[in-house]
Write a new protein. Structure first.
Length: 239
């Protein structure tokens, strides 16, 4: 499946666009180098000046994903493999220290932490299919529950009705319960919720799952996400 693109410019999101349409608009100058662009398979909004590299990365990952041969190191230093996609999923089931797992597969330039490979996260049930995600250009003020330490203010990556991702979250620990204030110009109001740190990758990205999300906040996030999945039958319901 070819990537579908969205544009963030002047505080407004437009799309979906095909790769051909993006290429034509960049050539015509209507998409400028500092305009932000996103497609499923990317972790965050990216300047259009990097669009070609991002397009190649996403399309290459899609081409390799079904037939990719995997090797998996669960922290023992003795990788398992070669593994098919289904064998990899079976191998990972039951592991609780997912943050310690590194993977390499054909077509990848290097060993990567599990949490930096969205296609595998989907397969083992950290699922973007159950809870579709969308990019979120904003900030999250995060405070450990019961702590008097000032909130960490971190840049957001993507969001779903089940949780969200942030970067530069090296001070977080898996399992921490946190208070959240999620703010973005793309949302009509600040989202306040309680959450739990699900993972922290070696590169400093973290995933936080919502524990207590109000119906109003759920509706706000659903409306934001729906803009990026209007033609996708997997979009979460608003219930």
């Amino acid at each position: 499946m070819k990537p579908i693109w969205f544009i963030h410019r002047g505080g407004a999101v437009s799309g979906p666009l095909t790769s051909v349409e993006v290429d034509r608009r960049i050539g015509a100058g209507t998409i400028e180098p500092d305009t932000l662009i996103w497609a499923r398979g990317s972790n965050e909004w990216t300047p259009a000046s990097q669009w070609k590299e991002l397009q190649t990365k996403i399309e290459s990952a899609e081409a390799f994903s079904n037939g990719r041969v995997w090797y998996c190191d669960t922290g023992s230093g003795q990788p398992a493999g070669p593994l098919t996609q289904s064998e990899l999923v079976h191998h990972l089931k039951g592991h609780t220290r997912l943050d310690a797992i590194s993977l390499w597969g054909t077509g990848l330039a290097r060993w990567m932490p599990l949490f930096e490979i969205p296609e595998v996260m989907d397969l083992i049930g950290i699922s973007r299919r159950e809870n579709p995600r969308a990019p979120l250009l904003g900030q999250a003020a995060i405070t450990s529950a019961g702590s008097s330490i000032p909130a960490q203010v971190l840049s957001t990556l993507t969001v779903s009705v089940g949780g969200f991702g942030v970067k530069q979250a090296g001070l977080m620990t898996i399992g921490d319960r946190v208070q959240i204030a999620l703010k973005s110009n793309d949302l009509p109001s600040v989202i306040h919720a309680t959450g739990k740190v699900i993972y922290v990758s070696r590169s400093g990205e973290a995933g936080i799952g919502f524990i207590d999300l109000s119906a109003e906040a759920h509706s706000i996030l659903f409306d934001h996400i729906r803009r990026f999945h209007e033609n996708d039958s997997t979009t979460a319901t608003a219930a």
